[in-house]
Design a protein. Structure first.
Length: 511
C-alpha cells in the first residue's frame, strides 16, 4: 500500500525545465503542474473530513435532544438504526478517509512534491551562465534551492489542505448554527470579521519581515559556507577572528529580523486570545438566553458551545498556519528573485551539434568588455591551424583566460565571431562545444567524490582499465593505490574531500 502511494508521483520529470515565471502564483504553478491532480484529490478529501467533523458535532447535539425527550425504555428501540449508521461512520468511514488523507500527504506528496521542484531548479541552474555563479555565494545558491522547494510545497499545501479544511469547517458550522437559530451565528460572524481584520493587520507585516528574514538567512549561510569552503586560506592567514566577525555581522542582521517577527507574533497571539474568550462567552450567554425563551433546544446549545470550543482551539492553529504560510511566501519570493534571473548565454533554437573535422579555430575581430566600458579584448583576430600549438602571453588581466572562456562560450561576444571548422560556436549547442575541448584550469579543485569519478568525469563510461591507464600516464597511479579515507575506502574508491582538500596540490593537479 505504501509503495503504491509513494510511486504515484515521479520526483524526477524528464522534460527539460524552462525558465520559471516571475509572479508568485505562476512561479508556484510552474513547479506544481506535475503534482496538481494529487493535490486536488488531497484537497477534496480534506473537505470531506472537515464536513464530517462538523456533522459529528451535530449528531452529538441531536443525541442530547433525544436523551432529554425520550423514554429510557423506548430510546434504543427507536434510535437503533441511527446509532448503527453513526457507528459505521465513526469506526469505518472517518478512519478510512483519514487514512487516505494521511497516505496522500505523507506517502505521495510530502517527499515527491518538493523533490520535483528541487530537481527542476537544480537542472535549470546547472545551465545558468558563468556570470550568475560569479555573483552568488555557492552556499547561498544551495540554501535557496533547498529552502525554496520546501517553501513552494508548504505554501501550496497549506492553501489546499489547511485552508480548505478551515473554510469548509466554518461554512459547515455556520449552516449548523443557522439551522438551530440564526442568532447563534452573530457572535461567530463577528469573531470571523475581527479575526480576518487581525490577519489583514498583522500578516502583511509578517510577510514583509519574513522576506527580509529569508534573505538575511541566505546571506548568513553564504558567509559561513564561504569561510568553510576556503578554510585553507583562513588558516594560512590566521584570520579566524576576522571570519567570525564577518559571520557575526550577518548573524546580527538575521537576529534583528527574528526579534521583529517574534514581536509581531506575540501581539497577534494576544489579540487572538482576547477574541477567542469573547466568542466563547458570547455564544454561551446567547445560547442560554435563547433556551430560557424556548427558542433553542439543549442540544443546540451543546452543539454551539462544543463547536465554539473547537474553534477556540483551532484559532491558535490557524494563526500559526497563516504565519507559516506567509513566512513560506517570503521564502518563495526570496528564492524566486534568484531563480528568475535569465541565462545570459543560451542555445539558439534548432542549434546544431558541433562537428569536429580538423580542429581549425578562427577568432574574427572579436570584442568583449564584460559589459563594461573598460577594454578587455578589442578587434582581436587569431587563427589556430589544426595541430598547431599556440601560446598566448600577456600581463595579468590582459584577457588570456577571457579568451579561453570565450572559446568555451562561457560568455557571448559583443561583436565578431569565433569559428571551429567553419562553424560559428554561437550557433551550436554549448554541450557539444565544450565536450570536444579539453581544458586544464588554473584551479585544481576536485569534486568531493571518489578518485575514479574525478578521473572519469569527462568519460563516465570509462572502464577501470582505462582509468588506471590515464592515472599511470599522469604519474598518479602510484600514490592513488596508497590513498584511503575515513570510511575505509581505498585506491580509486577513496573520496578526496571537498574541492580535493585531502590531497596535496601536486596530487590534485595530476588527477
Amino acid at each position: 500500500m505504501f509503495n503504491w502511494f509513494e510511486s504515484r508521483l515521479n520526483p524526477y520529470p524528464a522534460e527539460e525545465p524552462g525558465p520559471p515565471p516571475s509572479g508568485f502564483v505562476a512561479f508556484c504553478w510552474h513547479y506544481t503542474k506535475p503534482a496538481w491532480r494529487w493535490l486536488a484529490f488531497m484537497s477534496f478529501v480534506t473537505a470531506i473530513i472537515a464536513a464530517g467533523e462538523v456533522y459529528l458535532f451535530a449528531f452529538l447535539g441531536n443525541i442530547v435532544d433525544l436523551l432529554v425527550a425520550s423514554n429510557r425504555q423506548e430510546f434504543l428501540d427507536r434510535e437503533r438504526n441511527r446509532f448503527v449508521w453513526m457507528g459505521v461512520v465513526l469506526l469505518v468511514g472517518l478512519p478510512g478517509i483519514t487514512l487516505l488523507h494521511s497516505l496522500l500527504i505523507h506517502q505521495t506528496l510530502l517527499g515527491n512534491y518538493p523533490m520535483i521542484a528541487r530537481w527542476q531548479m537544480h537542472r535549470y541552474l546547472l545551465k545558468q551562465s558563468m556570470d550568475f555563479f560569479a555573483n552568488e555565494f555557492s552556499g547561498r545558491v544551495v540554501t535557496k534551492v533547498m529552502q525554496t522547494s520546501l517553501a513552494v510545497r508548504e505554501s501550496v499545501m497549506k492553501l489546499l489542505d489547511v485552508f480548505v479544511y478551515v473554510g469548509v469547517f466554518f461554512i459547515s458550522v455556520i449552516i449548523i448554527m443557522a439551522a438551530a437559530d440564526w442568532r447563534l451565528m452573530i457572535p461567530l460572524l463577528l469573531w470571523v470579521c475581527v479575526y480576518l481584520s487581525l490577519i489583514q493587520i498583522f500578516v502583511p507585516r509578517l510577510k514583509k519581515i519574513s522576506r527580509e528574514q529569508a534573505n538575511a538567512r541566505s546571506t548568513m549561510t553564504g558567509r559561513v559556507a564561504d569561510s568553510y569552503t576556503n578554510i585553507t586560506t583562513v588558516k594560512l592567514f590566521s584570520h579566524a577572528g576576522r571570519e567570525a566577525a564577518y559571520a557575526q555581522d550577518s548573524m546580527d542582521s538575521f537576529l534583528i529580523t527574528v526579534h521583529e517577527q517574534m514581536r509581531l507574533t506575540t501581539q497577534f497571539q494576544a489579540s487572538v486570545y482576547f477574541i477567542n474568550a469573547f466568542v466563547v462567552f458570547a455564544i454561551s450567554g446567547l445560547g442560554i438566553w435563547l433556551w430560557l425563551h424556548s427558542a433553542v433546544s439543549v442540544g443546540a446549545i451543546a452543539i454551539a458551545i462544543a463547536l465554539c470550543l473547537r474553534i477556540n482551539g483551532m484559532s491558535q492553529w490557524i494563526m500559526w498556519e497563516v504565519h507559516g504560510l506567509f513566512e513560506n511566501i517570503g521564502v518563495v519570493h526570496d528564492g524566486m528573485s534568484m531563480m528568475i534571473k535569465p541565462r545570459d548565454v543560451t542555445d539558439t533554437p534548432n542549434s546544431d551539434q558541433l562537428a569536429i573535422r580538423q580542429g581549425h579555430v578562427v577568432f574574427e575581430e572579436i570584442d568583449f568588455h564584460y559589459g563594461k566600458s573598460t577594454r578587455v579584448i578589442e578587434k582581436l583576430s587569431l587563427t589556430v591551424q589544426p595541430g598547431e600549438k599556440v601560446g598566448v602571453v600577456g600581463r595579468s588581466g590582459s584577457g588570456k583566460t577571457t579568451l579561453m572562456n570565450l572559446l568555451l562560450r562561457f560568455y557571448d561576444l559583443e561583436s565578431g565571431r569565433i569559428q571551429i571548422d567553419g562553424q560559428d560556436i554561437s550557433r551550436v549547442t554549448q554541450d557539444s562545444l565544450r565536450s570536444v575541448i579539453g581544458v586544464v584550469t588554473q584551479d585544481t579543485s576536485l569534486l568531493h567524490r571518489s578518485i575514479r569519478e574525478n578521473i572519469a568525469y569527462s568519460s563516465p563510461e570509462a572502464t577501470d582499465t582505462e582509468v588506471i591507464e590515464a592515472a599511470k600516464n599522469a604519474n598518479a597511479w602510484e600514490f592513488i593505490q596508497d590513498l584511503g579515507d575515513s570510511n575505509g575506502r581505498k585506491g580509486l574508491d577513496a573520496h578526496v574531500g571537498e574541492r580535493g582538500v585531502k590531497l596535496s596540490g601536486g596530487q590534485r593537479q595530476r588527477i
